[in-house]
Design a protein around this ligand. Sequence first.
Ligand code: AMP
Ligand code: MG
Length: 322
Amino acid sequence: MQKIAKTILLTVLAALFLGGCQSNMTGYSRSFFGMDTIINISFYSADQEAAASALKDAEEEFMRVDRLTSRYPALGQTAIIPGSVQDINAQAGQWVQLDEELFALLSLSLEWAQKTEGAFDISLGAVSDLWDFANGGHIPEPQELEEALSGSGYAKITLDKAGLRILIPQGMVLDLGAVAKGYAVDCVAQKLKNIGIDNGIIDAGGNIFTLNKQYTGELYTIGIRHPDLPGEIWQTVKTNDQAVVTSGNYQRFFMGPDGQVYHHILDPETGYPSQASISVTVVHKSSTLADILSTALFVMGHEKGQAFSETLPDTKVLYYTD
Ligand code: AMP
Ligand code: MG
C-alpha cells in the first residue's frame, strides 16, 4: 500500500517580508514539529530579545496543548499525564478527573457533535485505529469495523460539569484529531497577543491563523491550494485576526490493493472514509471552531453543509467541488 501522503493545503501569500515603511521592524520565525505536522510561527517585531522569547513561549504553548489532547504518547514520554486524553482513554469505563481547560474543550466538542447531528464525532478513535493511517493504512474487515463502531458514538460520553469529570465506555477511544490543532493554534495566538505581539502568522498545515493585520496595516492573504492541481492556488482569502482551516480528502490517505483511495475523514455512520466532499475551507475568528466545522461540513457534504453554515454567524465556507 502506498504510504500516507500529506499535502500543504494553505499557503501564506501575503508579502510577509515586505520591505518596511517601519525600518526598525524585523521578521522572526520558528518552525517545529507538532501534531504530526510542521508548525511555523512568524511575525514582525522591533525587539529582538522579546521576539526570541515569544517564539519559544509560542512553541511551548503548542506542545503543551499537544500533550494534553493527543491520544498517542509523545516521543520519550514515559508516563501518562493525569487528566489528559491519553488518561481518559486508558481509563475507559471509569470516571476521570479533568482540569477546566480540557473539560471546556470536550464540552464544546460534544456541543458541536450535537449541532452537526454527529457529523463531527470525537469518539471514533477505535475506528481510526483500524484504518491505521499513521502506518501506511489498512482496510479493516467489515465485522471489526462494525464492532469498533458499535463502541463509538459521542452520545455515549458522559460529562459531569459540577465534578469536572468524564466517563467514556469501555471500547471507546477519544480522538481529538479534528479539533486539537485548531485549539492549539488559538492558544498560541492568545499567548502571542498577551506577550504583546500584534501581527503574525501561525501556520499549522491545514490550519492557519493570522494575528490582526500585517504590521504595515495591510490584510493578510491566504492561498488555498488546488485539490486537483498540485502547486496551484485554487482561491485566496483576505483575513484579519482570523483562522483559515481546510479539511480535504487528499491530506492523509492511502491507496488500497483494490486501487481505491482511502482517506482519514470518516463517516461516523459507516466507519468508512466519507465520500461526501473533496475539500472544505472555513474562515472564522476561532481556529477551534473553524477546525470543528471544516471536518463536520466535509462529512455533511456540499448541500447540507452549505445550508447549515448559512445559519452560523461570521462563518465563511468554501466547498471545492469538481
Ligand atoms: P481534520 O483534518 O480536522 O478534518 O480532522 C481529521 C481527523 O479527525 C482524522 O485524522 C481523525 O483523527 C479524526 N476524525 C476522522 N473523522 C472524524 C469525524 N467525522 N469527526 C471528528 N473527527 C474525525
Ligand atoms: Mg477539523
